[in-house]
Design a protein around this ligand. Structure first.
Ligand code: NAD
Length: 480
């Protein structure tokens, strides 16, 4: 039976990917997948249960016995095969991200490409990582930790799967992936790609289902050694708490409320587009989104004018349109969440510079919100402290460089930050004082060898390149 069936225009998925095969779900609960641009059902998915999860864990456990003993060269070959087969699916992965999630075309492709790059980065990271080191009569080896559960969010499905799978395979771990229940079509396309890479059976297993069912079983099961999680703080905390019972190693990639510091020597023709890209990338549904723009009081009015002008180019609409910058929110729930924060901002006295409450005109059918810029925000307001996960930017004025740094760091989060300015020495000095896992200077940029992860409530551990691989390894010493 094919894994995706078309019934009229509704696709049906009833299988999980276990031990190299598509297996009919034991779980019977069914969930509709809703297209964010029009609120119509596009797919019906049968969700996995604890039994499906245990089968997947058993397959991963069995495969671990031999996969954990593969050589570095064998794993490098698997990473190259994965890179090639996911690369071959780049168009399909981009198209399904636009359809199922509402990701805007220009950003969706970047997300998929950074997922593909993760395999190349892991290859380089593994080449450089000494898995065995000896001195005197001591030998230290880095050993794969065991079966790893990969639990992911819905906002960049392809990237999260590639990133976590690349690190796990490089380390010699076998995996059970539980993607967001809102991403089954994207996941299915990714499974096709991974399936073509020729990994040994049982190395990569996938169970689609709810966090409270499939996720909870992965966290509690003693045969799972490691959880690599991307999602919310609340669920991250629960995983850490519940995982302690079976001494799980955890990597937690959680939320953010990232500051962008615009220094007083910034050239606005470059700085404003950078600030808006940071704030509204992935329609604002990005953990790294630079949602607090810190502006020197001396340039506040000028910045407000420049923002108003630049926002005219920030078109909202059909994510398939290559000119559109902001698409719909992923779901009705997410739409309501973002609207409630816009409402709260107005209630707390912030000034609506652009946008505001309600659907943009003509886009009432989908989960579209108005990209919104608030001025007159103080850092203690709810919209400056809580993660909104939508296209809402808050302008916060500061007097001095020291005050900008203090405001930037006055957050429970510490995932990402940006500094925009002309004097690079000064920008670097400011960057060095920010409490965040990553700081970009003058533009949103990426380096797949650089670590990704958060300070404070933004998480525990790092991903990407060598740092990501180390998170799936334990050190073992043999002393003669
Ligand atoms: P979420 O925490 O609701 O869900 C994430 C995943 O956890 C889903 O697969 C879900 O099914 C699963 N889950 C839920 N309850 C669980 C449980 N009890 N046990 C195990 N698994 C469970 O998050 P979301 O709404 O999907 O994603 C949005 C959040 O993710 C935001 O806070 C965002 O900042 C964060 N995020 C972080 C990064 C990063 O790299 N730091 C990247 C993207 C998103």
């Amino acid at each position: 039976m094919p894994a995706i069936m078309e019934k009229g225009t509704i696709k049906t998925l009833t299988t999980h990917y276990i031990d190299g095969a598509f297996i009919e779900s034991h779980g019977r609960q069914v969930m509709d997948i809703i297209k964010p641009t029009n609120g119509q059902a596009i797919a019906r998915v049968t969700l996995g249960d604890e039994e499906d999860t245990r089968r997947a864990i058993a397959a991963a456990k069995s495969a671990f016995a031999s996969f954990s003993r593969t050589s570095k060269e064998e794993r490098l070959l698997y990473l190259r095969q994965l890179h090639k087969s996911v690369f071959d699916h780049v168009d399909d992965l981009t198209a399904v991200m636009i359809e199922e999630y509402g990701g805007v075309a220009q950003f969706a492709r970047l997300i998929v490409e950074s997922g593909i790059n993760a395999f190349a980065a892991a290859e380089k990271g593994l080449q450089e990582l000494p898995l065995t080191q000896s001195w005197g009569k001591t030998t230290v080896t880095l050993e794969p930790v065991g079966v790893a559960a990969l639990i992911t969010a819905w906002n960049a499905n392809a990237l999260f799967i590639c990133l976590k799978l690349a690190s796990a395979v490089a380390a010699g771990c076998t995996v059970v992936l539980k993607p967001s229940e809102m991403s089954p079509l994207q996941t299915r396309t990714m499974v096709d790609a991974v399936n073509a890479a020729g990994l040994p059976k049982g190395v990569f297993n996938v169970v689609t289902g709810l966090g409270s069912v499939v996720g909870a079983e992965l966290v509690r099961n003693p045969d799972v050694a490691k959880i690599s999680f991307t999602g919310s703080v609340a669920v991250g905390q629960q995983i850490m708490r519940d995982g302690a019972a079976t001494m799980k190693r955890v990597t937690l990639e959680l939320g953010g409320k990232s500051p962008t510091i615009l220094l007083d020597d910034a050239a606005l023709d470059k700085a404003i587009p950078s600030a808006l890209t940071l704030a509204f990338m992935n329609s604002g549904q990005a953990c790294a989104a630079g949602t607090r723009l810190l502006v020197p009081k001396s340039r506040l009015e000028e910045v407000k004018r420049a923002l108003r002008d630049a926002m005219r180019a920030f078109t909202v609409g059909d994510p398939a349109d290559p000119n559109v910058m902001v698409g719909p929110m992923v779901s009705q729930k997410q739409y309501e969440r973002v609207e409630s924060y816009i409402h709260k901002g107005i209630e707390e006295g912030a000034e609506v510079l652009v946008g505001g409450e309600g659907h943009p005109k003509g886009l009432e059918a989908g989960y579209y919100v108005k990209p919104t810029v608030f001025a007159n925000v103080t850092n203690d307001m709810t919209i400056a402290q809580e993660e909104i996960f939508g296209p809402v930017l808050s302008l916060i004025a500061y007097d001095s460089e020291d005050e900008a740094i203090r405001i930037a760091n006055d957050s429970k989060y510490g995932l990402h930050s940006a500094v925009l300015g002309t004097d690079l020495q000064r920008a670097r000095r400011v960057a060095s004082q920010l409490r965040a896992g990553r700081v970009v200077i003058n533009n949103m940029t990426d380096d797949p060898q650089a670590p990704w992860g958060g300070f404070k409530y933004s998480g525990v551990g790092r991903e990407y390149g060598r740092y990501g691989i180390e998170a799936f390894l334990d050190a073992k010493a043999i002393l003669e």
